[in-house]
Design a protein around this ligand. Structure first.
Ligand code: RIB
Length: 330
């Protein structure tokens, strides 16, 4: 791919935004691909309840794919490692990733299981509930990773989530240490993490629920989030960023915590906001931003995504971030 935008810094000169072009490092995303089947309705049904009246749409999702697309749209060189079903969704995903300029050489087509599917309900506040049928994602294997080692060896940043088998996440993290790549793990959906894995993670990005599970304490407010992050750091993670939705994020490293606030927006659908946050964080760090500045970029990108419906359909492009910054500075 030609030269990419390398710095989110720009000079705003009257109506003109000047952006600097430099090359950024490679981001390798290892994770899931799902087709999201979404119903937007008034409220999320409780068990046994049928909610009548809602609108349906389908759009590509999956935490891994969403993070890969976010990083690519925001200007990074992205390699995506994922298992797709040998079916219509798998073929669509592969074509869409190519159209996003994502390197697709390490996508694997699975002959035994269908593509992953997520059934999502979004209520009028933009909150969601999600059930995932993992399908081919559950078959992502260490052999698949071994095939992709040339790409992983060249990565500046490796970004993973937990919709793929845990042994694969652990294997990649172990390899990343020897390859001197930075590992960002978005521990979603929540799952117990081994001490060996935590010790190999450079940046862990739990939300409040995930932070609570990993730290073993309740997380109900910003103070709890800081306590949880510090406890997780003590388990060996270098940097912990607890994402707090409309309250921004808390960053903890070297026994110190910093709060980053986010823009207030009217949420339409919060699906994939965490994925956009992680993709944008990886891009900003790959371009040399410090952690606080990178989290600001990540919050900005996530704030745009929650004003739109869907997962990949909601992910902003780099020029939208620049326009957004320009509008906010006026
Ligand atoms: O994080 C949002 C994603 O979670 C959705 O796209 C859905 O596929 C599930 O994986």
């Amino acid at each position: 791919m030609a030269e990419r935008l390398n710095s989110f810094d720009q000079t705003i000169n009257k109506n003109c935004v000047i952006i600097s072009y430099m090359k950024s490092g490679k981001i390798v995303v290892v994770g899931s691909s799902n087709m999201d089947m979404v119903v937007k309705t008034d409220h999320i049904p409780v068990p046994g309840e049928t909610v009548l009246s809602g609108s349906f749409f389908m759009n590509p999702g999956g935490k891994g794919a969403n993070q890969a697309v976010a990083a690519a749209r925001l200007g990074a060189e992205v390699v995506f490692i994922s298992r797709l079903g040998n079916d219509i969704f798998g073929k669509q995903f592969s074509q869409l990733f190519s159209e996003e300029n994502i390197e697709t050489s390490y996508l694997v087509s699975d002959d035994n299981l269908p593509s992953g599917v997520a059934l999502i309900t979004v209520d009028k506040e933009g909150e969601n509930s999600i059930v995932v049928a993992a399908g081919a994602n559950a078959n992502l294997s260490i052999d698949d990773i071994n095939e992709a080692l040339p790409a992983i060896a060249e990565a500046q940043i490796i970004l993973m989530q937990l919709e793929i088998p845990m042994n694969v996440v652990e294997y990649v993290a172990a390899y990343a240490v020897s390859a001197k790549a930075k590992v960002i793990l978005n521990p979603a959906p929540a799952a117990p993490l081994s001490e060996e894995l935590l010790a190999r993670i450079d940046i862990l990005t739990p939300n409040e629920t995930e932070a609570s599970m990993i730290a073993g304490i309740p997380v109900n407010d910003i103070e709890d989030a800081q306590k949880a992050a510090l406890l997780i750091c003590r388990k060996g993670v270098k940097t912990v960023i607890v994402t707090l939705g409309s309250k921004g994020a808390v960053i903890c490293e070297n026994n110190r915590c910093t709060r980053v606030e986010t823009k207030k927006v009217l949420p339409l659908d919060t699906t994939a906001a965490g994925d956009v946050f992680n993709g944008a964080l990886a891009v900003a760090l790959s371009e040399g931003k410090d952690i606080v500045a990178a989290v600001r970029v990540a919050c900005d990108a996530a704030a745009i995504s929650v004003t739109r419906l869907g997962a990949q359909s909601s992910i902003p492009y780099r020029n939208e971030m620049i326009l957004n910054i320009a509008i906010n500075k006026q």
